[in-house]
Design a binder for this molecule. Structure first.
Ligand SMILES: *[C@@H]1O[C@H](CO)[C@@H](O)[C@H](O)[C@H]1NC(C)=O
Ligand SMILES: *[C@@H]1O[C@H](CO)[C@@H](O)[C@H](O)[C@H]1NC(C)=O
Length: 736
């Protein structure tokens, strides 16, 4: 049983909830308290009014809905016969007020009379603007009096006429009709009618006077009203209502009785009357006297409230006009509307980003300029550090016939494809040699020191100075240098046929190196050294004469190179103390012992080259027995034993025995331990040239030409500058 009841309750609640939600869904805000009647006979009853104690705010608003005597039921002010026809939340209500009359008979006696009284409370006051006090009659005057605030008041007017044609339709200005206003704050009004002559003079058309306090619009005077108003019992009157009799501020102090309970409500002081009223804030509508009575107006539903051009979005208490993407403006059809194009914000953002980009770009540009300046400064610094000025001065002073050029770094970078690996043609302890192509298609060799080493730079500068003073067809020509890099670069003519070392010790190549060619190369190299020692203003000692430092061009002409260790040798000195420098196997033993450098050291080294040419054996052979290891010593011992012809190169074996012998003796003399006993380079040159001269005469008479350039086809396979190699061992020339 109990369970069934519970179930019933649940169902009821669900029904109620469902109905409530359906009400809220139709968006009709409630005007009365939940569970209270909200109308009576077609008159709506908003809270604070109500028809029971619980449903009304206070006694003043506790109305009577009489359904027992009236059908449809009628609504009355508390404890009175004053009927209410309309209640508005704006603070007005409309009541039906009695019309007063005063009638006489022919003999001047009053036959009917009423003086109705309106007696309201301080919460209800007669509206002083909407209502007028009107008197209709042709021998009539009257008063309205009563209470306003806590004092008396009285006002009135007179309506007279002397004939029916006096009165005019629509005019209530004293002829048959008079009208007057009433003061503010009137809560009690009594009407009193009087007559001057008891209608004796107008009796034939008027024997009654009428007076009423009524809504102005409810009555428009017509001549007929002088008689027909007798049938009218009530006319509507507007009454102002308010809560209590204090101010808003005072009411807010006592929050328990404060009537503006809705969240979005305001309190205001009415124009007429006592107390305060409530209203919903702008953008809200409903009953401000109820909890949550004020509800947001969906302005977007009403085009009169929201004039949006494109899209309207409702918000709490307001709305927003929204423009689609790509438009800007306020979106109001009575305002800017939606304008196609970017918004100000977008423009601002775009402007700022553009500014940032400009700043970044200019910073980058300044950075580049500074970098470039630094680079230029660095180049100048290197130029200075590398002795550029000294070299320039030297060059000017010497007035070198083959004026050396000072190249810029960028020129050489372009020529070597930024020093690309593929352009390397030689590599060694001193550095790297690159092949380069100058803009005029001229092939050059560019020697670059490996690392920054002041000692090497010294050697580079030395080579530059020495070479710039030599002008000899059998010396590798120095074209110029570059001093802007950290390590200086030297630029030479490009010799493309490898070194003498390669040609002697590489078997296939050596086979093509005839005795005749060998003799010529020896003579050419001797000519260079002789020229160095005596031919120029200041003698020069090469200090590193060896087969690897003699390059061969495509005609197998000798080109002496690598003057890095060379010394300028002042004329008045015959010897100079230096650090021993050179290549083992070629090094003068006397110089090694004494550190005293003379031109005879070059003679010794040249002797070793001669022996190499004769025998095809390397200057130093570590894989041979002790006594054969050093070629010079081995050769001397062989000469002593008179067994020279057992160790000769096969090409040399085919040469003239006498010539070979003479060259061997010359080599032996060059290899003398005491420098004094060695011949001068000039003498060596003359001996070799003499031999050659003899040969050409011989050959001419024999008319059997020997092709000198028989290794011509073997050109491009290797390149020169093996002198840069630390070891004298060529990768191609295997030891014997
Ligand atoms: C005044 O007279 C006119 C014309 O007969 C009538 O329509 C009107 O209702 C009368 N006014 C009142 C308040 O009875
Ligand atoms: C908008 O206003 C016009 C004129 O004031 C009126 O005729 C129309 O009914 C109103 N529309 C709505 C939805 O209230």
């Amino acid at each position: 049983m109990k369970k069934a009841l519970n179930l019933q309750t649940h169902v009821f609640i669900i029904v109620v909830l469902a109905s409530t939600s359906s009400i809220s869904a139709t968006l009709i805000p409630p005007i009365s308290k939940p569970g209270c009647a909200d109308s009576c006979g077609g008159v709506s009853i908003p809270f604070p009014f109500g028809t029971s104690k619980e449903c009304s705010h206070s006694e003043v608003f506790f109305l009577t809905c009489n359904s027992t005597h009236f059908n449809p039921p009628k609504l009355f002010l508390p404890g009175s016969a004053i009927e209410i026809t309309d209640i508005s939340l704006d603070g007005q209500l409309r009541i039906l007020n009695f019309v007063a009359h005063d009638c006489y008979n022919l003999s001047g006696a009053r036959i009917s009379y009423s003086d109705p009284t309106v007696f309201l409370s301080t919460s209800l006051t007669i509206n002083n603007t909407a209502n007028k006090f009107t008197i209709v009659g042709c021998d009539t005057y009257g008063f309205v009096y009563g209470r306003r605030l806590d004092r008396d008041y009285q006002t009135g007017c007179t309506a007279m006429c002397y004939g029916e044609d006096d009165v005019e339709k629509g005019s209530c200005s004293g002829l048959g009709c008079c009208q007057t206003s009433i003061p503010k704050q009137v809560w009690k009004a009594v009407i009193e009618l009087k007559s001057y002559g008891n209608y004796s003079k107008v009796f034939d058309f008027n024997n009654c006077g009428y007076a009423f306090l009524a809504e102005e619009g409810a009555f428009s005077f017509s001549p007929e009203n002088i008689t027909n108003l007798r049938n009218v019992e009530k006319l509507p009157m507007v009454v102002d209502w308010a809560i209590g009799n204090g101010s808003c501020e005072a009411a807010k102090m006592n929050s328990s009785s404060y009537a503006c309970t809705s969240l979005d409500s305001d309190c205001y002081k009415p124009n007429n009357g006592y107390g305060y009223r409530c209203s919903c804030r702008s953008g809200y509508q409903g009953n401000p006297y109820l909890d949550a009575g004020c509800q947001d107006i969906d302005e977007c539903e009403d085009p009169n409230l929201s004039k949006c051009e494109k899209r309207c979005v409702n918000t709490q208490g307001s709305f927003e006009c929204v423009c689609p993407k790509g438009y800007h403006g306020d979106g109001r059809s009575d305002g800017q509307g939606c304008i196609r194009g970017e918004s100000l914000l977008f423009k601002l953002v775009a402007g700022i980003s553009l500014g940032i980009i400009v700043v970044l770009l200019s910073t980058w540009w300044i950075y580049l300029v500074i970098q470039k300046r630094r680079l230029t400064k660095m180049r100048q610094q290197f130029f200075h550090q590398n002795g550029g000025q000294m070299l320039q001065q030297q060059l000017k002073r010497e007035g070198s016939p083959q004026t050396a050029t000072i190249f810029s770094e960028s020129e050489l970078i372009k020529a070597t494809n930024n020093f690309h690996r593929s352009m390397i043609v030689g590599q060694g302890g001193y550095g790297v040699v690159y092949k380069g192509v100058l803009p005029n298609n001229c092939l050059v060799a560019i020697k670059k020191s490996k690392e920054f080493d002041p000692n090497q730079i010294q050697q580079f500068a030395n080579e530059f100075i020495v070479l710039s003073q030599i002008n000899h067809r059998n010396v590798v020509r120095l074209l110029g240098c570059c001093l802007e890099t950290q390590v200086p670069l030297l630029v030479y003519e490009f010799i493309n046929n490898g070194t003498l070392f390669e040609h002697i010790h590489n078997k296939p190549k050596a086979r093509r190196l005839s005795w005749d060619t060998r003799l010529r190369i020896a003579a050419e190299a001797a000519g260079v050294l002789s020229h160095l020692h005596s031919g120029v203003s200041t003698p020069i000692i090469h200090r590193d004469v060896k087969s690897a430092n003699i390059l061969l061009d495509h005609t197998l002409s000798a080109k002496v190179s690598d003057f890095g260790a060379s010394r300028l040798f002042p004329m008045d000195q015959t010897q100079v103390n230096t650090l021993v420098q050179g290549t083992f196997g070629y090094l003068d033993p006397e110089y090694m012992l004494t550190s005293q450098l003379t031109e005879k050291s070059d003679v010794y080294s040249f002797g070793v080259v001669l022996v190499e040419l004769l025998t095809g054996i390397k200057a130093l052979c570590y894989d041979k027995p002790e006594e054969e290891r050093c070629l010079a010593n081995f050769f001397l011992s062989v000469m002593k034993q008179d067994s020279l012809f057992q160790i000769l190169d096969e090409n040399v074996e085919r040469g003239e025995r006498e010539e070979v012998m003479r060259v061997a003796i010359l080599a032996r003399n060059c290899l003398k331990v005491r420098g004094d006993e060695r011949p001068f380079m000039r003498e060596v040159e003359m001996e070799l040239e003499g031999l050659r001269l003899l040969r050409t005469q011989l050959h001419r008479s024999n008319s059997s030409q020997i092709t000198e350039f028989d290794s011509f086809e073997d050109t491009n396979t290797s390149f020169g500058f093996d002198s840069l190699k630390d070891q004298v061992v060529s990768p191609m020339g295997g030891g014997r």
